[in-house]
Design a protein around this ligand. Sequence first.
Ligand code: ATP
Ligand code: BTN
Length: 252
Amino acid sequence: KALCNDFDFIQFIKFLDTVDSTNSEAKRIAMEEQVLEGLIVSSEQTKGKGRLGRQWESEKESGLWMSLLLRPKVKPEAASSITLVSAAAMAHAIEACTSLNVGIKWPNDLIVNGKKICGILTEMSAEINQLHYIVLGIGVNLGQMSFPVDIIDKATSLKKEGVEVSGKKILSAFLLAFSNFYSQYLEGDMSQIISYHLAHSVTVGKKVQIITPIETRNAYVLDINADGSLLVENELGENEVVFSGEVSVRGI
Ligand code: ATP
Ligand code: BTN
């Protein structure tokens, strides 16, 4: 049952000690229960998933590993901008609970002192013109003091940045911020969400590399569009729009 009107997108909360991936668990629930929306949180993930098929380090009690199962009544093409909604909400939550400055690397990474503290993996099930569900997976590094060598220069945690704050505190601040931004998103109003991104962006105004499965191109980032896509100037001096999908942005 809905907790209250502000959180009517949460009909259940499932806390687990361990799971393969909270995103996978959310998808299993989505397929069993056709209308349910809710939240899954786990202390540990044995098969945490990152974007583009990567692995996500999610040791026991080292982070906030969670997934929201959502069924917004929006068109499938509007679904991916929910990544921006959650990135803004989590950046706000971390800043509200700590004294850290949080940057947003478009579209889905939160950055503290140049390193990644939070990643977001959005998955969805849809047909042409019909969205079945969205799984919004969010991982916040809380307590790690070290990372595997391959990501040691790229990853950080709140503890590494000198802050000790519980996952519960971050989660409740996130849910408050998310419910606010999410209701704007449902009304089709992305303006505050985009403004939040622009104010915190570590991508806009930078020379970056746009990496797609087929090529890597240099570009200069001009803006974030109203639909959440990225406006860049390519090497030929032409304006181009980049959609999040399979793209990685490097060079911040
Ligand atoms: P994206 O494609 O999402 O933009 P990226 O490859 O540009 O990601 P980076 O921030 O440059 O991401 O590098 C971080 C790398 O470390 C990613 O491959 C990410 O999946 C991986 N990683 C795995 N676990 C963690 C973790 N707990 N915290 C931060 N990064 C992690
Ligand atoms: C990325 O930046 O590559 C996305 C990382 C997303 C990690 C979170 S942790 C909770 C949820 N469950 C997963 O398996 N992945 C997401």
